[in-house]
Design a protein around this ligand. Sequence first.
Ligand code: IFM
Length: 451
Amino acid sequence: MYMTRELAFPPHFVWGAATAAYQIEGAVQEDGRGESIWDRFAATPSKVRNDESGAIACDHYHRFKEDVALMAELGLRAYRFSIAWPRILPTGRGIVNEKGLDFYDRLVDELLDHGIEPYATLYHWDLPQVLEDEGGWVNRDTVEAFAGYTGIVVRRLGDRVHNWITQNEPQVVSWMGYGWGKHAPGRTGPSNAIAAAHHVLLAHGRATEVIRRESPGAQVGITLNMTPIYPASDSAKDEAAARLVDGTLNRWFADPIFRGEYPADIVELYAEHAPPIRDGDMQTVSTPIDFLGLNNYSRNVVRADPASGRPTHVRVEEAEYTDMDWEVYPQGLRDLLVRVHHDYAPKHIYVTENGSSFRDVRMHDGSVQDPERQRYLEGYLGAASSAIAEGVPLAGYFVWSLLDNFEWAHGYWMRFGIVYVDYRTLERVPKESARWYSGLIKQQASAVLQV
Ligand code: IFM
């Protein structure tokens, strides 16, 4: 077990928290914002638990000053947020909605006034519905629309935002949204997913070029959700099954970015659904980046099904699980970081998301006790610190999430925040884990001062 006292981080380590626009902002019909695929999906019966939506969410759009003050009180050094494309370009391209840009202008200024470094994600799943009506990420034209949107945002904020994340979790965008239909826009089929994945990766490459042009010196990266995959045994069949799952979930996205090619074994597996690659695409996708963002929450254990030979998920019975039914496995983060450093050698890595959902309740005295979350964070930060000791260039950590928020198809049922949100009153209550995280940040800062 990783203990707090073992935590040791470099002097300039970035301590932060993360959120995403649709999950916290609300105000979906305000100041000229256009419809996003998540507005449409959530309005479709039975797509989201209890038919909930991000219409109000945490009302961050109106309460961002209160939220930034809270971040400052907790001692956060950085804040990762996303920009809602439909606020900036209600129809995806064309006429710019100045009021949308103004909102992020105010947010960035507020952060800087409180000494908090902004890390902006350009796409965290809220595609303008108009673009989806033209084919969404399956349509190659969405790539150029994204490049145009990126230029508009970077021209406006690039004087103050120095860290950009182009895309959040291409694997989830493509497979959950276009392959399995569990997320907006709710489409299905492997060909859709593979085409969407290719265009999302291409959009990342194009956006990187645009940011470099518009804001020389800015740091640019992409966030991948990567889950370490372990074979259930050392049998050749289980190991092959694990490699296949790793290939579809992890290598399919990391190889193009760092090696400029899709992994050959998985290309073969998807032979009937080849990605729509055109000349020059893979060079664009692999445009050098400054950092890799990693989102990691858990691990997968896989075996080959004895009858079909197909990879099958194995539930580790003695393990601890979060409300998402994700196994708590801190060692997985260490293994993942070491592996990514070894296989892909990004210049810097940030953990751009890590956290846990538990059934938090408010006590009679108003407090929220969440010892499971604190234990989770201690474990995962211990793993991060071990990876650093082994030479991994980990530059920062963003807990997911600052606030309880709209957890996509799970609605408000899942609470990932270190700050509790009472959805009736929209009151924010820092949980015990927030106090613990805050203490850790302060302790690390004073350790630096003593060196
Ligand atoms: O809430 C999400 C986030 O939007 C993307 N990464 C995983 C989180 C928890 O499911």
